[in-house]
Design a protein. Structure first.
Length: 139
């Protein structure tokens, strides 16, 4: 089962928009035969919700986002990791949009993930040390 922070949330207004209003951006829909979506918003929403990895590969030009090598094997990476992504008031889906995703070769993805994990571990250690010092100063 996918951890909750990995699954994109629906915008709070998703089901409450009136006819003729885009469910993703909230702007009026003027395209013929469309009631709830702009064509581009629907494309992006499907990429986000269904985790369309092929769109990430195409957006990267079939090259690694870090080393630039042509990709034979690749992994879909969130530039700002989902675990670090804070909710954005205007756009709860920003962390899943193509602008925050890149195609990486397995070696670069492994190295980037290790750097991010080490940074989070250092932050946790510093936070714990501060809490210990605070408790000692209070008691």
């Amino acid at each position: 089962m996918m951890p909750p922070h990995r699954k994109p949330p629906l915008p709070p207004w998703f089901y409450d928009v009136p006819r003729g209003t885009c469910r993703l951006c909230g702007q009026p829909v003027t395209e013929p035969r469309r009631i709830y979506w702009h064509s581009e918003c629907l494309r992006e929403f499907l990429i986000i919700i269904h985790q369309r990895h092929q769109a990430v590969l195409e957006a990267s030009g079939h090259r690694c986002g870090i080393c630039g090598k042509p990709l034979e094997e690749w992994e879909d990476d969130h530039i700002i990791p989902l675990v670090d992504a804070l909710p954005h008031a205007d756009d709860p889906l920003w962390a899943w949009r193509l602008g925050n995703r890149q195609a990486l070769c397995p070696d670069c993805h492994r190295a980037k993930t290790a750097r991010e994990a080490a940074r989070r571990a250092r932050w946790r250690r510093r936070t714990l040390q501060r809490e210990i010092l605070f408790v000692r100063s209070v008691t």
